[in-house]
Ligand binder design. Structure first.
Ligand SMILES: Nc1ncnc2c1ncn2[C@@H]1O[C@H](COP(=O)(O)OP(=O)(O)OP(=O)(O)O)[C@@H](O)[C@H]1O
Length: 652
């Protein structure tokens, strides 16, 4: 039964006295119990008490004479307070013993770690090991063939270099579970503890399982589906350095061998990279590609070269070449590889008809999505693009799960736009595998949790509670100033000749009409992207508190900037071409003026005036577009500063 807890001050004092008294009685009793039979006899004589009976009877008599209850000698009947005092001292003793054992264990582990070149915190290590011993044993993996969307997790091994730097392996994998042991310290700054997060997926691969095992349960079971005309898209998602490329490279060669062995179709391969919202062909000198959408909504990657492969060796060589171009590119600036999505596309055709498709997508480092608060504009734009594409991808995959009638917000990013047919159409002929890669180090726990929460959202039944914790603060952003278009400081107007004025006006009208058309087309395209971005934003807001409207505005700004940048570049190239033509005419005019023949100064002046006016017109248009673009860049900068400020406030 529970002990009555004293409530008032008087109760507390009474309780204290009682405890003290009980303690004295206990001591006295222990003293009597410890006396020898001779001493008992002597003590009874001293007190003038009878000495007959057994030793037990004499002890009881002596106890009684000392105000003790003889029946108290039965420990089971002692008062609860006495019991608890005994209990406390017993526990104290046990604690002391355990502390000594722990200290010894820690010292031994530390020495062991030093000998092995490890620098991890032994207390956390011991806690994790203890927790790990309770994790249930691993279940059999399930083959992906039974699933429309297979969500897997792969943990890579911890490296000796990481351990030397003090990293601890804080991830436990036991298929289908994965646990993140987050290392924490209490507010007292001393007490260490673990916060354990458990996730369950379709398959979880531990650091001991190789590429062959991952292939066995992910892509291999889907080869018959591809050969039967289906489209399989396999994504590798995760933090930079978590093993996405390692996994993808392993799967690429194995799947190519199996497909070739089982099919007589012609194999085509293309390999491209999406970097900062732009597309580059990895099998064609990294040439820039254009993503186009025709009137029927079909997406085409203009300029992408599809190569045929006579056999698996050739195909693997081409894929390896694509990987190496990406890698070579990344070694000059390692940062870049993790900022691009790489799409390797293998199409099987018979008599020019597609009879199967496989896409292997090595996604950009998921943590790069947080770069929208970087000081560097290029990084910000890339970060926003990555954030946008990963959010869009999540919604597109979820739409695939919902069935053919679900809205697929593929226009939400360039990456989902080019992968449109991986999610759309009769969803029965589409399958998706998501392999989420995680690094084991404890300092990556935050990123690992974000990756696992993202993957969790793709499951049939999300375990809930765990949301994608991307940087999406709820900032209080001031309205961005409207763009004020600066007029071009124009040259002094030259009154043109009548005929020329008419021609100029016609040219101007034509140009304006073309501009209007282009602008309208761009607006329509942007409008569709914005609609999907809004849809993605709404879907995320339902689950993700921190996903604010502002991040959507930021994404829209970046989308506008990228579209305008393309347009400005195109206009710049056109202006140079026009200028070159005018320059040629100017050269001819000067040659005429300097020549020996008849020279009419009036005609020279008139021609020169026309040429200068044409030049001004060409550059006036370009300059105006440049000013608008500049203003939008400033807006983006201003907006980003607000986001950064709000993130800092959010963290405080
Ligand atoms: N399962 C694994 N077993 C052994 N080594 C691995 C494993 N996974 C990854 N690695 C090694 O870890 C390092 C990082 O892996 P990888 O380059 O594949 O990461 P990534 O996620 O693709 O990074 P990034 O986004 O920067 O391209 C590489 O040296 C790779 O060989």
């Amino acid at each position: 039964m529970d002990k009555k807890v004293p409530v008032t001050q008087a109760d507390k004092i009474k309780e204290k006295f009682k405890n003290q008294k009980d303690y004295q009685y206990l001591k006295k009793e222990q003293l009597i119990e410890a006396m020898s039979p001779e001493d008992i006899l002597q003590e009874l004589k001293n007190k003038g008490l009878p000495t007959y009976g057994t030793n037990r009877e004499r002890i009881d008599r002596l106890k009684k004479a000392n105000g003790l209850n003889p029946s108290d000698s039965n420990p089971a009947k002692k008062g609860s307070v006495v019991n608890s005092i005994e209990e406390i001292s017993k526990k104290r003793e046990e604690r002391r013993k355990k502390m000594e054992e722990d200290k010894l264990y820690k010292e031994e582990r530390k020495a062991e770690n030093v000998a092995m070149g490890k620098g991890g915190d032994v207390v956390f290590e011991a806690m994790i090991n203890q927790f790990r011993s309770q994790v249930p044993l691993q279940d059999q993996h399930i083959p992906s063939s039974s699933l429309k969307i297979c969500v897997c997790v792969r943990k890579r091994p911890i490296f000796a270099k990481e351990e030397a730097q003090g990293e601890i392996d804080s991830i436990s994998c036991s298929n289908p579970r994965v646990l993140v042991h987050e290392t924490k310290v209490k507010v007292d700054g001393i007490t260490k503890y673990l916060e354990n997060h458990t996730f369950v997926f379709d398959n979880t691969f531990s650091e001991k399982e190789d590429n062959a095992t991952v292939y066995e349960y992910s892509l291999k079971p889907l080869c018959p589906f591809i050969l039967g005309g289906g489209t399989v898209t396999c994504f590798a998602y995760g933090q930079t350095g978590s093993g996405k490329t390692y996994t993808m490279k392993g799967l690429q060669s194995m799947v190519v061998n199996d497909l070739f062995a089982a099919s007589r179709a012609t194999f085509f391969v293309s390999f491209f990279e999406i970097y900062g919202g732009k597309c580059f062909d990895l099998l064609n000198d990294r040439s820039k590609l254009l993503i186009l959408e025709d009137g029927n909504g079909n997406i085409q990657i203009q300029g992408l070269v599809e190569h045929t492969a006579a056999n698996q060796v050739e195909l693997i060589q081409m894929i390896e070449y694509g990987n190496s171009v990406r890698t070579t590119h990344s070694t000059t600036s390692n940062e870049d590889s993790s900022r691009s999505h790489a799409v390797c596309q293998i199409t099987l055709k018979q008599k020019n008809i597609i009879v199967g498709k496989l896409r292997l997508v090595d996604l950009a480092g998921s943590e790069r999505a947080q770069d929208c608060i970087s000081n560097n504009r290029q990084r910000r734009i890339e970060g926003a693009e990555i954030n946008k594409s990963l959010l869009a991808l999540k919604e597109c995959i979820r739409a695939l799960r919902k069935g053919p009638d679900a809205h697929v917000p593929y226009r939400g990013s360039k990456m989902t736009l080019v992968l449109r047919d991986s999610f759309e159409g009769g969803s029965d002929d589409k399958k998706v595998i998501m392999i989420t890669c995680i690094s084991p180090g404890h300092s990556s726990s935050d990123h690992s949790l974000n990756s696992l929460r993202y993957a969790d959202r793709l499951k049939e039944q999300s375990s809930g509670g765990n949301q994608v914790n991307q940087f999406i603060p709820k900032p209080d952003v001031a309205p961005v100033k409207k763009v004020v278009q600066q007029p071009l400081p124009s040259a002094k107007k030259i009154p043109p000749a009548k005929k020329e004025v008419k021609r100029d006006l016609e040219r101007q009208e034509k140009q304006e009409k073309q501009d209007r058309q282009d602008r309208q087309e761009r607006q329509e395209k942007l409008g569709k992207s914005f609609k999907d971005m809004e849809y993605i934003h709404d879907k995320n807001s339902e689950e993700e508190d921190k996903f604010g409207r502002d991040i959507l505005d930021f994404h829209e700004k970046v989308e506008t900037i990228l579209a305008e940048e393309e347009e400005l570049l195109e206009n710049h190239v056109n202006a140079i071409k026009d200028d070159a033509q005018i320059l040629t005419k100017e050269g001819e005019l000067i040659a005429l003026a300097q020549g020996d023949g008849d020279y009419d100064v009036d005609s020279y002046v008139q021609q020169m005036e026309i040429l200068i006016k044409q030049k001004l017109q060409v550059y006036q248009g370009l300059y105006e577009k440049l000013l608008v673009f500049k203003a939008h860049l400033n807006e983006e900068e201003e907006f980003s500063n607000h986001l950064t400020q709000n993130l800092q406030n959010f963290k405080k």
